[in-house]
Design a protein around this ligand. Structure first.
Ligand code: NAD
Length: 473
């Protein structure tokens, strides 16, 4: 690949102070030497965002919406190019990359329809009390490597609509689609409104701790989220954290194993399991346990794991070497403590490929059950009583999502009510409409993305309380 990428600082695409090799995880070859910023360039980006803020925040919201729609138009025009690049840097199959781009465009278009009207809270003959939502200022938008495009738009779209300006920082292993989006921003937006810098996991602290950053919108691991929270404490910046998960799926005893198994399998292995909301622990009633393990094993053996650019690929590689090694560690641990139904053997080939791996008869205290595997390795756990299944599902510091699978919807609803998480799906998974808020509970995060709540996160709610009578002379 010969494309040249630039950091976006104050409307200009510029060379980095250094470069960073971006690896294609399907081939382990260097795709591109991407520009990498130093702290001086980070400071320039924040300065540009700060300078752009007064005029961008004063721009009428309909004009800001037109700009956000123009970003969506440009992304649509180049969707196949973006999708190909996304597959090359991230690893996911090309149709899934196209799907991620559809989601990213939908997010921009949805936010472009929203407004932030003044709200009259109370009015009578003597007074009028109004609430105004003012933009916070410069936003640091920090994203991980599993969904670089959609997670970026969850932040950029509402930030721009609120009137904020942005410094975006992608993960070092997947910076290219964000840099390419920066090229669109350079054409569509006034200078400084969106800036893009790339680091090698070394500038996050300087960005989140920067005194001129008013808000941090962060998606990533719980461990890094805690560092971000500590770094914003001294200035009490506003903060949204979308962090890790260890989502449980509870399968009730009235399902048809053949019907439910493909859905469970997809929920655990989509994006090679590198989904914050993936099914990471599966609790199955003892009456269905063997049948569901067998069905999942069959699906795992049939799955096509290959380069995401090849037609027919169902699962691409793990995104980066560090995560690949981590997932291999989970498999070794599962072999020691559980029984492998399918998968578990890593082929001797180039690329960070892990076959879908189904593990049964594994204890609740195994690493694969306690920790977030973030890979296509699924522990299947047996239960005999649904109260016990719910208690075990909730016995975690995480609380992102969860699913319940059942024929009796009323029973499923009662179970869903008792799961401690920000989202629970019943008989479906990963349905995330842009207008529905998404939040994490416990150590899976705080604050909301998506929906109107996701827009309000970039604003300060201010009350203007006015006496109707003029001041007496
Ligand atoms: P990570 O926490 O390692 O990195 C995320 C981002 O933070 C990257 O851009 C990284 O460069 C940056 N970063 C690193 N150190 C930083 C610091 N000290 N201060 C500020 N930023 C810093 O996460 P990852 O490994 O890239 O992503 C995987 C994790 O993300 C998983 O735990 C997954 O569950 C989670 N995730 C959560 C959601 C959600 O919406 N809840 C969505 C996707 C992924």
């Amino acid at each position: 690949m010969s494309a040249e990428y630039g950091l976006l600082i104050n409307g200009k695409l510029v060379k980095g102070a250094a470069t960073l090799d971006v690896i294609n995880p399907a081939t382990e070859e260097v795709l591109v030497a991407a520009p990498r910023a130093d702290e001086a360039q980070l400071n320039e980006a924040v300065k540009a965002a700060k300078a752009a803020f007064p005029s961008w925040s004063a721009t009428p919201i309909v004009e800001r919406a037109a700009c956000v729609n123009a970003l969506a138009d440009a992304l649509s025009e180049q969707q196949p190019d973006f999708a190909r690049l996304l597959t090359q840097e991230q690893g996911k199959p090309l149709p899934d990359a196209m799907g991620e781009l559809f989601g990213a465009i939908a997010m921009l278009r949805y936010y472009a329809t929203l407004d932030l009207p003044l709200k009259v809270l109370k009015e009578d003959d003597t007074q009028k009390i109004v609430q105004q939502h003012s933009p916070l200022g410069v936003v640091a938008a920090i994203t991980p490597w599993n969904f670089p495009m959609i997670l970026l738009m969850l932040k950029v779209a509402p930030a721009l609509m609120a009137g904020c300006t942005v410094v975006a920082k992608p993960a070092p292993t997947t910076p290219l689609t964000t840099l390419k989006f920066g090229e669109i921003c350079a054409r569509v937006l006034p200078p400084g409104v969106v800036n893009v810098i790339v680091d090698q996991n070394d500038l996050g602290g300087a960005l989140t701790g920067h005194p001129d950053v008013a808000k941090v919108a962060f998606t990533g691991s719980t461990a890094t989220g805690k560092k971000v929270m500590a770094s914003v404490a001294s200035t009490l910046k506003r903060l949204t954290l979308e962090l890790g998960g260890n989502d449980a799926a509870i399968v009730l005893d009235d399902v048809d194993p053949k019907e439910v198994a493909p859905k469970l399998f997809a929920g655990a292995t989509m994006n090679s399991g590198q989904v914050c909301l993936a099914i990471k622990r599966l609790y199955v009633h003892e009456s269905q346990y063997d049948a569901i393990c067998d069905e999942l094993g069959k699906l795992a053996r049939e799955a096509i794991v290959d380069d995401g650019l090849k037609q027919g690929t169902q699962m691409g590689p793990i995104q980066n070497k560090a995560q690949f090694e981590k997932v291999k560690g989970f498999i070794e641990d599962a072999k020691a403590h559980g029984k492998i139904v399918a998968g578990g053997e890593i082929a001797d080939r180039k690329g960070y490929f892990i076959p879908p791996t189904i593990v049964r008869d594994i204890p609740d205290d195994a690493r694969l059950v306690r920790e977030e595997q973030f890979g296509p390795v699924l522990p299947v756990l047996r239960y005999s009583n649904v109260d016990d299944a719910i208690a075990r599902a909730n016995d975690t510091d995480y609380g992102l999502g969860g699913t319940v699978w059942a024929t009796d919807l009323d029973r499923a609803f009662e179970v869903a009510k008792r799961i401690e998480s920000g989202t629970v799906w019943i008989n479906k998974h990963l349905d995330l409409p842009p207008d529905i808020p998404f939040t994490g509970s416990k150590q899976s995060g705080m604050g909301a993305e998506m929906g109107e709540e996701g827009l309000l996160e970039f604003t300060q709610a201010k009350v203007i309380n006015m006496a109707k009578a003029p001041i007496a002379a």
